[in-house]
Design a protein around this ligand. Structure first.
Ligand SMILES: Nc1ncnc2c1ncn2[C@@H]1O[C@H](COP(=O)(O)OP(=O)(O)O)[C@@H](O)[C@H]1O
Ligand SMILES: CC(C)(COP(=O)(O)O)[C@@H](O)C(=O)NCCC(=O)O
Ligand SMILES: [K+]
Length: 279
């Protein structure tokens, strides 16, 4: 069994993949914390022969996790952001500083679709661009839906936040605080994604397919006008491409990869951009 780990700032996601059949046997998530211990909510390591890790948690968390896993598992692979991988050139001035989850997403997106816009809606929302030749342009980072909500709570006196209420896709003006906040942050996220996508495609002269991942991908997806596909396992896809182990992976197949969405024409993107700027 292969254990894939995607350690984010909020949640540590894991899945167990059958090394023979390439099937996903189980999956789960635990809060990202200082110490990561196999226990009730973590799979049994006895069946695990290899681990692949993408982590943006504090270095100490990753080090402890790796040290613990190395005692129990023969092969432990940790992904890093590099200058180049799988035909993609990292756009960062200091490639190692690009969040490795973003790098995994960009690599998976490129492997699936060639050039792409990879959007990861987690604690932060990140929007990365890769051109068909493999040049990663860099990207954008904005607070995720939950962080936006929490920042309002921290920074204002009278904005009472209901942390449990979902950011929903209702776009009309809110008539009570909870709705004004939820509709506001939702609009902030989806309009940023729509606008950034259009601006970069316009600038680069190419309509790119968009791929969405992360804990809030489904809710964000409903507000994104650009044709796109939701790929919950996109970060895992990058791990599969970097450290292929199963027969299917060696043949370039990534689990749960969606059909590549057909982007609208560049003319349409430009017309939409012109329209939104005239308003
Ligand atoms: N069941 C859930 N538990 C926690 N967060 C959730 C859940 N469903 C959706 N979310 C949202 O997903 C975000 C976490 O998404 P994720 O992609 O795992 O983030 P990260 O990679 O930063 O840990 C949370 O900030 C929250 O807005
Ligand atoms: C931007 C991020 C915080 C997003 O993390 P996540 O929301 O997935 O927990 C993470 O990719 C990160 O720590 N990046 C390093 C800084 C950078 O990418 O520029
Ligand atoms: K993210």
């Amino acid at each position: 069994m292969i254990l894939d780990l995607d350690i984010g700032n909020t949640l540590s996601k894991w899945r167990l993949k059958d090394a023979e059949s390439s099937e996903i046997r189980s999956r789960g998530a635990v809060w990202t914390r200082e110490e990561w211990r196999p226990g009730a909510d973590i799979p049994d390591l006895d069946v695990v022969e290899a681990v692949r890790i993408s982590s943006v948690a504090r270095a100490a968390v990753l080090e402890e996790t790796v040290a613990l896993l190395r005692r129990r598992v023969r092969h432990v692979h940790v992904a890093h952001s590099t200058y180049e991988a799988l035909g993609v050139i990292n756009g960062y001035e200091e490639p190692g500083r690009l969040g490795v989850d973003r790098w995994m997403g960009a690599l998976a997106g490129y492997q699936l679709a060639g050039g792409c816009c990879a959007v990861d809606c987690g604690s932060a929302i990140t929007i990365d661009f890769v051109l068909p030749g493999g040049s990663h342009l860099g990207g954008y980072i904005i607070p995720g839906l939950r962080l936006m909500k929490e920042s309002l709570k921290l920074g204002t006196r009278n904005v009472a936040i209901d942390p449990e209420s979902e950011a929903d896709e209702l776009l009309e003006p809110g008539r009570r605080t909870v709705d004004a906040v939820n509709h506001g942050i939702y609009m902030a996220a989806v309009s940023a994604i729509n606008r950034i996508y259009s601006e970069v495609c316009d600038q680069e002269g190419i309509a790119l397919p968009m791929l969405l991942t992360g804990g809030d991908a489904r809710v964000v997806s409903r507000g994104v006008q650009v044709p796109h596909a939701v790929w919950p396992d996109m970060v895992y896809g990058g791990l599969e491409a970097c450290f292929p182990m199963t027969f299917a992976e060696r043949a370039g197949k990534m689990s749960g990869a969606p059909r590549v969405p057909e982007p609208v024409s560049l003319e349409k993107i430009r017309a939409g951009l012109a329209f939104s700027m005239l308003l």
